[in-house]
Design a protein around this ligand. Structure first.
Ligand code: OOB
Length: 552
């Protein structure tokens, strides 16, 4: 990994954050044995039939760390982690934290397009994948990607069917050996608190997703604050159903926050209501998190469910817009309290308090979990708006990096010269300082909480010989909030169907959730003064009937 890609905080501010105790002298991996010693026999992880105590988790993560080290992975090396919600994901992540190996959190739907671009950008030395997932051969995918990347990265596989040219992760997780000596060896090799702990992906607004570096000290502070904002304790039983590579279920407070406080994490690979309700009842789950689209499905299913959901106390909902009238129904439908969360992998996390009155929990997305987070709402010229007015939210703070990894040109656009991150979200702040998300200025589509950069889709559709010009825009959808629509001007005499686009983009290795679901053909696209497709005009146009093909 090139250390040049990391944009540090200014030294004077880093000093302030350390002096104030935001950044402590700890790495994330240093908690593993602290937890194991405080709660050795408590269950840390539940994944189907697998149950691991804190002591077992520590022993297994350490064993894996040592085996990874034996295979040449060490401090500063980067791996791509593409695992579904399973206990091995947690063990791999903690093993990386122990070694200072940097896991890059990919998502199970990612394919060649995403894995190759991100793998090349971060200089991945290994890929960790399931053998198959939802009928797709990830082991094969990983080998294809590895062959296309420089340095012949290793392929590590979680599953029963491991090829001879892959490394069997489960074999490396088997406990045994001298646990104490191994722990000491790993402690001696620990990374520094200011090192990059992990990479998260941003939905971003450019052709490929941007990579967000999170250091041990900045991430620990965020996790700590999230657990306080949500009242996570050793009595918490957290159910992880959203893909754990996302910052929301991973660390806000999610899986890592629950472990940090000695609670129990239950991992489920799908948010399907029946499976979720069964798990809540069986494990006496107290808190879980969902994007609005998932929460609404649960709400509808709860009406006819006979499962006992009485243990559920809190539901965290965020990632995309939740209408206040729906927010008001969630608590009564599921018999729990709603906490809204407005967060981003780039750092800022806002929560409504667990005991907030309805005007706060249903109508706002809460306050930053850290008092050191700064918020500034600005107009189009970058000037602060009047109190309570809408504008783009800028933010800075001890958990918000000063730049994306390795893209100095992009950083000039995404960050102001004095270090504010431009969220691209249109927000207003209430008199009490709660954030209300009103819209966005960034060019992306938010499909059920998954962020899709319009430019990424446009670049791929533009490659089709039929296409003269294309713009990707969101169309509102009652189920997932928004879906991808491509508006296309064809070359004269050519034809194009949604099925043809879908086939072509799938063949290019694009994740399925990004594949356009609507196609609109226009003789002329509206343009802005600088000659770009005018997306605001397109949104107005799409609100009126046009020659369109809707996805079946
Ligand atoms: C979470 O993180 P990301 O990085 O996948 O996406 C961040 C973006 C925000 O900039 C905003 O555009 C949107 O997702 N968003 C919301 C929202 N929460 C996030 N838009 C409207 N209402 C909300 N409540 O999505 C994320 C990370 C940590 C915790 C929760 C969500």
């Amino acid at each position: 990994m090139s250390p040049d890609g990391f944009v540090p905080w200014p030294a004077d501010l880093a000093h302030v954050y350390r002096a104030a105790g935001c950044w402590s002298d700890r790495t994330l991996g240093s908690y593993l044995w602290e937890w194991a010693e405080r709660w050795p026999h408590r269950t840390a992880l539940v994944d189907g039939p697998h149950r691991l105590t804190y002591a077992e988790l520590a022993a297994r993560a350490d064993r894996l760390a040592e085996e990874l080290s034996r295979r040449g992975l060490g401090r500063g090396d980067v791996v791509l982690v593409q695992l579904p919600n399973c206990w091995e994901f947690v063990a791999v992540t903690l093993a990386c934290f122990r070694l200072g190996v940097v896991p890059t959190m990919m998502l199970p739907p990612h394919r060649e397009h995403e894995l190759t671009a991100i793998g090349a950008h971060v200089g991945a030395k290994a890929l960790v994948v399931p053998d198959t997932w939802r009928g797709y051969d990830h082991q094969d995918l990983a080998h294809r990607v590895a062959a296309a990347l420089p340095g012949a990265p290793q392929v590590l596989v979680v599953g029963a069917r491991v090829r001879p040219d892959s490394v069997d992760v489960r074999g490396l997780l088997a406990p045994g050996g001298d646990v104490v000596a191994r722990r000491r060896r790993l402690d001696e090799r620990a990374p520094a608190p200011g090192d990059i702990a992990l990479f998260l992906l941003s939905g971003g607004t450019t052709g490929t997703p941007k990579v967000i570096s999170r250091t041990h000290e900045d991430f620990r502070f965020s996790i700590d604050n999230c657990t306080r904002a949500c009242g996570i304790t050793s009595d918490t039983v957290y159910l992880a159903v959203l893909p754990v590579g996302h910052a929301f279920p991973l660390s806000s407070p999610g899986v890592l926050g629950t472990l940090y406080r000695g609670g129990r994490v239950v991992l489920l690979p799908s948010p399907q209501p029946e499976t979720v309700f069964t798990a809540i009842e069986a494990e006496r789950v107290t808190v879980t998190s969902a994007v609005p689209a998932v929460a609404l499905k649960w709400m509808a299913a709860a009406r006819t469910s006979t499962h006992d959901l009485a243990s559920l106390r809190y539901l965290h909902v965020g990632g995309s817009t939740l209408a206040p009238e729906l927010a008001a129904q969630i608590g009564p439908a599921l018999g729990c309290r709603l906490q809204q969360v407005y967060g981003m992998a780039e750092g800022l996390i806002c929560y409504t308090p667990p005991d907030a009155p309805a005007e706060v929990s249903c109508h706002t997305q809460g306050k930053p979990v850290s008092p050191y987070d700064e918020l500034l709402v600005v107009d189009e010229a970058g000037r602060p708006v009047a109190p309570g007015a809408e504008g783009e939210l800028l933010t800075r703070g001890p958990s918000t990096p000063r730049g994306y990894f390795g893209v100095p040109g992009q950083n000039e656009l995404s960050f102001t010269p004095d270090g504010w991150f431009r969220t691209g979200d249109v927000v207003r702040l209430t008199a009490d300082g709660d954030a209300v998300v009103c819209g966005r200025v960034k060019d992306l589509i938010n499909r059920g909480g998954e962020k899709i950069a319009a430019a990424e889709i446009e670049l791929l559709v533009q490659e089709l010989p039929e296409v003269a010009e294309v713009a990707a825009v969101p169309v509102p959808d009652p189920e997932v909030g928004e879906r991808v629509c491509v508006v296309v001007r064809l070359h004269p005499g050519r034809e194009l169907t949604l099925a043809r686009i879908s086939t072509a983009l799938t063949a290019r290795g694009l994740a399925a959730f990004k594949i356009p679901e609507h196609l609109v053909l226009l003789d002329e696209l509206p343009h802005t003064a600088v000659g770009k497709a005018d997306k605001k005009a397109l949104a107005r146009l799409l609100a009126t009937p046009v020659r369109s093909q809707l996805a079946a």
